[in-house]
Design a protein around this ligand. Structure first.
Ligand SMILES: Nc1ncnc2c1ncn2[C@@H]1O[C@H](COP(=O)(O)OP(=O)(O)O)[C@@H](O)[C@H]1O
Ligand SMILES: [Mg+2]
Length: 151
């Protein structure tokens, strides 16, 4: 897995997500950082396609979590935009999705949660606009937020 991907279209971001998905197994959480319109949902769509999920993948803002069964288990797609804080997320049962060993979990707006809540197997990806803010995106793989892995 590369440390950084620079993409020039939604299709290229989906492709990067597919590459990343191919290196992860169920039990992994992918925390997707980035502003509104950065490309978190586009990334999630590519990730789902890599798991042979053919259903439409859109922003689950109003449902908080979408569940997609797949051959390898389940993909959870969470959008925490409307969640106020960790307590609200726990009340909603977020840990059930983050700690499901048979599932992948993609999390949009992970900053809503305390970093310590994420499992060790969390990959953090930051998506930012490049110089061409319209079409260019920089995907950076960051260190896991899990305290155990911090230096
Ligand atoms: N290189 C790129 N990668 C991803 N999305 C891009 C890219 N270039 C333009 N876009 C556009 O940016 C928007 C990203 O939207 P979305 O994935 O819903 O953002 P988020 O979920 O982060 O709010 C889409 O309209 C998409 O077409
Ligand atoms: Mg989104």
């Amino acid at each position: 897995m590369k440390k950084q991907y620079i993409t020039h279209s939604p299709e290229e971001t989906e492709q990067a997500a597919k590459e990343i998905a191919s290196e992860l197994s169920p039990g992994w959480v992918v925390a997707l950082y980035g502003d509104l319109g950065a490309g978190k949902t586009v990334f999630s769509r590519g990730f789902a396609r890599a798991l042979n999920i053919t259903e439409p993948v859109s922003s689950p803002t109003f449902t908080i979590v979408q569940e997609y069964p797949c051959e390898k288990g389940v993909l959870y797609h969470l959008d925490l935009y409307r969640i106020d804080d960790t307590d609200a997320a726990l009340a909603f049962g977020v840990d059930e999705f983050l700690y499901d060993k048979n599932a992948y979990a993609l999390v949009e707006w992970p900053e809503r949660l305390d970093k310590g809540l994420f499992p060790k197997n969390t990959l953090c990806i930051r998506i930012e606009r490049g110089r061409d803010a319209e079409n260019e995106r920089i995907l950076s793989i960051e260190d896991t937020p899990s305290p155990e892995k911090k230096k």
